[in-house]
Design a protein around this ligand. Structure first.
Ligand SMILES: [Zn+2]
Length: 301
């Protein structure tokens, strides 16, 4: 009887041990270049040639969000995609192109040419080791110009293939409502940070900004009520350096650096989670489809 009980206890512990092991394996962790060893990368490259490159910025995000917001967003979402797909994440830069936010201290910016060079030279190293498919996850509009150029250079000058999978790419469904202008450090971005990095959000400091537009901007916005295509011009005037004289620098447009007609205090982690999961779902779906397509360049004739 006692023997039987001992056997039962032993079987139960083996079962529990196996379950823990399965649990650990199922808890898919993101793969991050800086956290791995060269031997890990060597084994990774035996079965995978993809790498996700997050692009963010170090720029003001109002009085309540950290300067690294765009970096944490791009990196955080890339990590979630990595956990779902097993694709490595390689952050190459913390800084982006953000000169129009420099009216608020702490903002950093690289010239587009400098940023392009840093990313392209890093990609050249990754190419040497055997990486061939580059997936850029951008979360800062100012970087679009650089992202487009780097992707073009990879596709036209190297054996690699590069695509954009982040915010603003054709992969992500855009549902932006222009009437709320919730573009920067507003409800949407604050919600995303409440989900990804709640410890860095100072919601007690959040406040609705006073938005200021030049007479030209105001006129274009009124005319756009009848001819919505004019919003193209209106939005082109926003987010340009102060030196252009167009009145579109961050500190000219907004009293506190937030660009929104909404109040960021309405942000919730639930909304952020919903937006994050949707972006991750779109990107992961694409990655799995591309992986299944056996697109390894080495396999091509
Ligand atoms: Zn941002």
């Amino acid at each position: 009887m006692r023997k039987k009980r001992r056997l039962l206890t032993w079987s139960l512990s083996v079962m529990l041990f196996n379950l823990t092991l399965i649990g650990l394996m199922a808890a898919d962790k993101p793969l991050i270049l800086q956290e791995l060893t060269w031997t890990d990368i060597k084994s990774y490259l035996k079965t995978n040639d993809m790498v996700i490159i997050p692009l963010g910025s170090t720029e003001q995000h109002g009085p309540h969000l950290p300067l690294g917001t765009d970096f944490y967003e791009a990196f955080g979402l890339s990590k979630m995609i990595s956990a779902q797909t097993g694709v490595l994440v390689a952050p190459l830069t913390f800084t982006g192109y953000s000169p129009y936010h420099s009216g608020f201290p702490g903002t950093l910016s690289l010239q587009p040419e400098t940023m392009e060079r840093v990313i392209f030279e890093s990609v050249e190293w990754l190419l040497k080791y055997g990486f061939r498919r580059f997936l850029f996850f951008n979360y800062h509009g100012g970087n679009n110009i650089v992202q487009t150029r780097v992707i073009h250079r990879i596709n036209h000058q190297t054996p690699g293939i590069a695509v954009a999978i982040g915010h603003g790419s054709s992969l992500q469904s855009e549902e932006e409502d222009d009437s709320s202008m919730d573009w920067h450090a507003g409800v949407s971005e604050t919600s995303l940070m409440l989900y990804l990095k709640p410890e860095l959000v100072r919601l007690d400091r959040a406040e609705k900004p006073v938005m200021r537009f030049t007479p030209q901007m105001k006129e274009l916005r009124q005319l756009a009520a009848k001819e919505p295509s004019l919003l193209l011009v209106w939005s082109s005037l926003l987010g340009v350096p102060e030196e252009t004289g167009k009145g579109g620098a961050s500190h000219e447009l907004s009293s506190n650096g937030v660009w929104s007609f909404l109040d960021p205090r309405e942000a919730t982690a639930q909304q952020g989670e919903k937006e994050a999961l949707e972006m991750v779902r779109q990107a992961a779906k694409f990655i799995k489809a591309w992986q299944a397509a056996k697109g390894k360049i080495a396999d091509l004739p």
